[in-house]
Design a protein around this ligand. Sequence first.
Ligand SMILES: O=C(CO)COP(=O)(O)O
Length: 248
Amino acid sequence: MRKKIVAGNWKMNMTPAKAVELIDSLKNEINSNEVDVVVCPPFVCLPAVLEAVKGTNIAVGAQNMHFEENGAYTGEIAPSMLVELGVKYVIIGHSERRQYFAETDQTVNKKTLKALEHGLVPVVCVGESLEERQQGVTIDLVRLQTKIALKDVTAEDAKKVVIAYEPIWAIGTGMTATSAQAEEVCAAIRQVIAEVYSKEVADEVRVQYGGSVNGGNANELFNMGNIDGGLVGGASLKPEFASIVNYK
Ligand SMILES: O=C(CO)COP(=O)(O)O
């Protein structure tokens, strides 16, 4: 049985002080061991958040990292820097990074490989735009994004990867995908993993849904057979995040 995983992507919000306040308000509400809980603050908030979550079940992720070990990449963060802090997860290839920061399926693949090499769990984001959905290419596109992200990843490593299906049209819009739409694509992601690796690997990989998840819709979404939790944006900045984690 796959353990559910609910992650909060804070995006470019919060300051270290505000981050600690949020963790303090969440930590008494989040105490179940049934769900893996992750918060992904901005880089500068990581030390404060890592300190604040000590003694809780909340793990910490980063929102991005570079695929090189170190070097002349002004403004970038290397995997070893995250590992040394105690970060366990890293979001890779969020649609906002693909859209605004020129990330491609190829850089997503390089980052996925590098994260795994460093023992970080990559949360690889895939998903279609509204135009692509209307063109009927959602499944083809998401299959391709998943395949390229996992190129050269071994079967053992692939089991550790989390895939987040985030339809771009559902992000920050309040237009959540229906549970049937989300389930269809998450099932297709699992199917392509089975084709590339095996059913055994596909059965272990966790596939999240992201896009306007909130306290009201988490329950229905997360109870679908192929949806193993969520990647939450806006609602992860509020105490509501606890009700998403405790969705049952
Ligand atoms: O992009 C998202 C999480 O990575 C989803 O954002 P919202 O939950 O704000 O729609």
